[in-house]
Structures are given as structure tokens and as C-alpha cells.
Design a protein around this ligand. Structure first.
Ligand code: MN
Length: 299
């Protein structure tokens, strides 16, 4: 049995060893190109600290998810505090290199950011490992489809463009802030955007029907959720997913598609509120629970 620590489902010191873990959490506390409120380099640490306060028992799944599979915490990579001069381009390569052996070993990896630009390296590692095509489902307030922003093609505002340029199918969800260049690209490439203002009662069904591949990678920019729920993001936007609807969508994705991995990005903790990191930690636990449900690991 790969039981986690009895005192915390997500404790870096007493956790399941990497070799026997089913799920590996990879913290990437990297921040260089964020443009408004800074602080996402502190996101992974805040999520892990908040996770320590969660109940093991998932009320929706009706069991202690963390005892049904082994969860390991990887050492932080591309840490801005350790490597303050690491360029975004070098970071993307470092993330890709670090994830590859984990994916080759069959681990289910959840990457924690850090700025959304990290996803370019994350997805490159999945491309190297998985020969079958996959769709990147993006929960985000912003399109992130600019070719270049503030002089860098690795800016967090460009991350989805990097994936589109590589021919990866994408499904952006809860989008409510783009520029003209992005609107033109969406029209030209016929990217099936689930606009936040157009989400009706049956949007989850319609969204999943737009996914043409069996395999899916999920990238979550936390600003895709309602900023009333997660105010601790760098560039908040009104609107977005509620907790119930967001988790329902994720559950459907896990149960109806083959989710090959996830990342949770852009948490920039506030100094006077722990709501954002607590919600992010619970979201990570839901991702683990849904993966366990979809792969038959729950009792
Ligand atoms: Mn984003």
C-alpha cells in the first residue's frame, strides 16, 4: 500500500516515495513575465501549505481519496528564488526535461505554477511521451493567444499561441478577455472557444462534443474561475466558472475522456486572505480524485 502520511495528504517530507507513487505533484515556482500583480512564484508553496489543512475525505466521492493511491511531491523545478536569472526559454526546456522521466514511468503528473508560460514546457514533455494526439483543454479568463507580448514569445500571455503554432488542438473555456489579434486568430484557425458569456445550461455537453481526440491535457489558469472565489491571481477578470460548475466540467472530462495530465497555474497569494490557495489546493485534490475515479482506483 502506498499510503500517504496519516497527518497530511500532501506533505513533502512524509509522502509516498516517488518510485511507488501513482500521482506526482511537480511545483514550478517560476515567475518572470507576469505583467500586472506579481507573486505567482509563491503559488506552489501556498497550495501545498493549504493542502495540509484539507480533509482526506472527499464528500462527493464518498471516501478518503488519498488512501486509494500514492501521491508524491517532486522537488521544485525552475524556482525563481533559486535561479533568478533563468530565462523563460530556458525554463520551458528545464520543465520539459524534468517531466519527461516521470511521464515515461507512467506517473500521473499535476504541475503547479508559477506563471502560465510554464505550460509550454509541460505540454512539450507530453508531446514527447504520447504518440497519440491530445487536446489541451484550457480553463482561463484570457486567450493567451498573442504571438508576442512585451518583447517575448514566452510571455504568459502567449502560451496557448505556442501550442496552436505546434498544431495542438485546444479547447479554451470561460474566456472573457482577448485582443483583436487573438480574435482574428480564433476566427482564422476556427478554435472552438467556450466563451464565458455564452455558457448556457448545456455548455458542458457541447464543450466535450467539440473535443476530437480521446486524450486530453487540462491546463487551468486559476483566473478562469470567478475572481470572487480566487481573488489571488495576477490579472483577474469578472465572470468565470463557479466551483460547482467548474468541478462538474472537470469530472465529466475525466470520466468521458482519457486525461493524461493537468496543470494548475497563476496562483499569486494575497497577504490578507487564504481563500485562493485553499480553493486551489482543493481543486488539485479534486483532480486527483477524478483521476482515481476514472481509472478505477476508488473503492
Ligand atoms: Mn492564462
Amino acid at each position: 500500500m502506498n499510503n500517504p502520511s496519516p497527518t497530511a495528504w500532501i506533505d513533502a517530507e512524509t509522502f509516498t516515495p516517488l518510485a511507488t507513487a501513482d500521482v506526482v505533484i511537480v511545483p514550478v515556482p517560476y515567475e518572470a513575465t507576469t505583467t500586472y500583480r506579481k507573486g505567482c512564484q509563491h503559488g506552489p508553496g501556498a497550495i501545498l501549505a493549504a493542502a495540509d489543512q484539507l480533509e482526506y475525505y472527499d464528500v462527493e466521492l464518498g471516501q478518503e481519496v488519498c488512501f486509494q493511491l500514492g501521491i508524491a511531491i517532486h522537488a521544485a523545478i525552475a524556482d525563481s528564488q533559486v535561479q533568478p536569472d533563468l530565462t523563460p526559454e530556458a525554463m520551458v526546456r528545464e520543465v520539459e526535461r524534468a517531466l519527461q522521466p516521470l511521464l515515461a514511468a507512467g506517473k500521473f503528473v499535476i504541475t503547479l505554477g508559477g506563471e502560465h508560460g510554464i505550460t509550454a514546457g509541460v505540454v512539450a514533455a507530453y508531446q514527447a511521451q504520447f504518440s497519440e494526439p491530445f487536446t489541451v483543454v484550457q480553463i482561463d479568463a484570457h486567450g493567451d493567444l498573442r504571438h508576442c507580448y512585451e518583447g517575448s514569445i514566452y510571455n504568459h500571455a502567449c502560451v496557448m499561441r505556442r501550442l496552436v503554432d505546434r498544431g495542438i488542438p485546444t479547447l479554451p473555456v470561460a474566456i472573457r478577455s482577448i485582443c483583436q489579434e487573438e480574435a482574428d486568430l480564433i476566427a482564422q484557425n476556427q478554435i472552438p472557444v467556450v466563451w464565458d458569456h455564452e455558457r448556457g445550461s448545456d455548455w458542458i455537453e457541447a464543450a466535450i462534443a467539440q473535443i476530437s481526440t480521446e486524450q486530453v491535457f487540462i491546463t487551468i489558469d486559476l483566473d478562469g474561475f470567478d475572481p470572487a472565489l480566487i481573488p489571488g491571481v495576477g490579472t483577474p477578470q469578472p465572470g468565470g466558472l463557479s466551483w460547482q460548475v467548474g468541478t462538474q466540467f472537470l469530472k465529466q472530462l475525466f470520466c468521458r475522456k482519457t486525461v493524461i495530465g493537468c496543470d494548475v497555474m497563476e496562483l499569486a497569494p494575497l497577504t490578507d486572505s487564504v481563500v485562493s490557495e485553499f480553493m486551489a489546493a482543493k481543486l488539485v485534490y479534486k483532480l486527483i480524485g477524478y483521476q482515481a475515479l476514472a481509472t478505477g482506483k476508488l473503492i
